[in-house]
Design a protein around this ligand. Structure first.
Ligand SMILES: [Fe+2]
Length: 443
């Protein structure tokens, strides 16, 4: 089985043909274009020509996706009304025992998101939360906090709700636990990791992706975060590897688009933006360190894995200016808005009540938001831990993560804050277990 080559490595795999004799080719920009408006005009015109060369119109192709979204949104609204949530919910015990039913798998693929009940023992999660408080207190974090290091979560409020803390024992214990590995591997297996004679990632080996902590205090009032995706921005149309990954969206064969195919999906890097990540994530996720009621400013998602096709095709319709990608701004997050994406937003679904130790997961391309809250009841505390399977792109990042762990630095995907470098009680490399060593490329 071939593996995808590292970017630019000596064993660069020959790029498959993107064009046939009658298929218009797409221009690509491997770095952010200097003239964004001109590039948007060029790529939109080229994709339109490509779709039309298939004998179908843009409106027809978009209509296929819009019809699917309409059906799913109806189904999701009904599920939210009847069962209280459209989010699939599984017990960790069933994932660990391999007793998840075929019906559950099928619903998971249809919704692309999941709540895992009892992923960790409740007491374990509450203890981790206390340990994090002790860790930051013992290092005078609140006295030395310099304010938000980026302009994305920084919009949430001026107090640190997002802690730029990566190397506490609590976080590392969760990241390198067997329970985390079991859930990540289960989630990776929902993807088709092998296609076109290439194994695009290894589903049963994960990269340790150090991310931050959110601790939102009781009584907090927050405007939340608008709906967006984290998978990319202009790059999703403009880079050759994404054009391959989304080829069925861009060439008129929309019925063949499979949001679970990893083909070419693991190898494209992103243009810089506030939610830019260096790794490929099958699922984004977090683990709850406190109880959170469903109406307390929690995560919402649009549980339609095919929504990405809607987002990619929408700017090609005739009501969007030629140089506009439905309001996207260079360097900022990919927005999902009422103005351009109202039918998608009808499916926006909040998570159910969550207990400490539960975890929440959503497909890496899925639109999501955080609901506003006034005078929050209880704390809202989470550790962000995604599922990032082993592939050349993620292996490269594992080396960077290992270097950051060694020095206590903020990882390279995050602002240069480096609070923990001088903290003596941060997690050390000799405390890594088998899973930790494997996920950082040491074993
Ligand atoms: Fe996000």
């Amino acid at each position: 089985m071939r593996r995808p080559a590292r970017r630019g490595g000596p064993t660069q795999r020959p790029r498959p043909e993107v064009t046939g004799p009658d298929v218009p080719s797409l221009p690509s920009w491997e770095r952010p274009p200097s003239d964004v408006a001109a590039a948007v005009r060029a790529i939109k015109s080229a994709i339109r020509a490509r779709i039309e060369a298939s004998g179908r119109s843009i409106d027809e192709i978009f209509g296929v996706v819009a019809d699917l979204v309409s059906v799913r949104a109806g189904e999701i609204r009904a599920a939210n009304g009847a069962a209280g949530t459209a989010w699939p919910v599984l017990d960790y015990a069933d994932i660990a025992a391999g007793t998840v039913s075929a019906e559950s798998y099928s619903l998971l693929r249809r919704r692309g998101c999941l709540v895992v009940r009892g992923h960790f023992d409740r007491e374990q999660a509450l203890n981790w939360d206390r340990q994090i408080v002790d860790y930051v207190d013992s290092n005078d974090f609140f006295e030395t906090y310099r304010g938000p290091g980026d302009d994305f979560f920084g919009t949430v409020g001026s107090k640190p709700e997002i802690y730029p803390i990566y190397w506490s024992h609590a976080q590392m214990q969760a990241r390198q636990s067997e329970r985390m590995a079991n859930v990540q591997t289960f989630l990776n297996s929902l993807w088709h990791h092998t296609a076109e004679g290439t194994e695009w990632f290894e589903p049963d080996r994960n990269v340790l992706y150090p991310d931050r902590i959110r601790r939102r205090p009781e009584g907090a009032t927050s405007k939340g975060l608008g709906a967006h995706i984290d998978a990319g921005t202009f790059d999703l149309w403009m880079k050759a590897e994404y054009q391959q990954a989304f080829r069925h969206v861009f060439d008129g064969s929309i019925e063949q688009f499979d949001p679970w195919s990893a083909a070419h999906r693991t190898s494209g890097s992103q243009y810089p933006s506030t939610t830019m990540t260096s790794v490929f994530r099958t699922f984004q996720g977090w683990t709850a360190l406190s109880d959170m009621d469903h109406d307390q400013g929690v995560l919402q998602a649009i549980p339609i894995p095919e929504a990405i096709a809607y987002l990619l095709l929408r700017p090609l319709l005739g009501d969007v200016a030629d140089d506009d990608m439905c309001g996207m701004i260079p360097g900022q997050v990919f927005p999902v808005t009422e103005r351009w994406h109202a039918p998608l937003l009808e499916a926006l679904s909040g998570i159910p009540d969550i207990g400490a130790g539960d975890s929440v997961w959503w497909h890496g391309d899925m639109p999501h938001a955080v609901a506003p809250v006034t005078d929050q009841k209880g704390w809202g505390n989470v550790m962000y831990i995604p599922a990032a399977p082993w592939c050349p792109r993620n292996e490269d990042y594992a080396a960077a993560a290992l270097a950051a762990l060694t020095s206590g630095a903020s990882p390279s995907d995050f602002p240069d804050e480096h609070y923990e470098q001088s903290w003596p009680n941060r997690f050390q490399i000799d405390e890594l277990n088998h899973y930790g060593r494997q996920s950082l490329g040491l074993d």
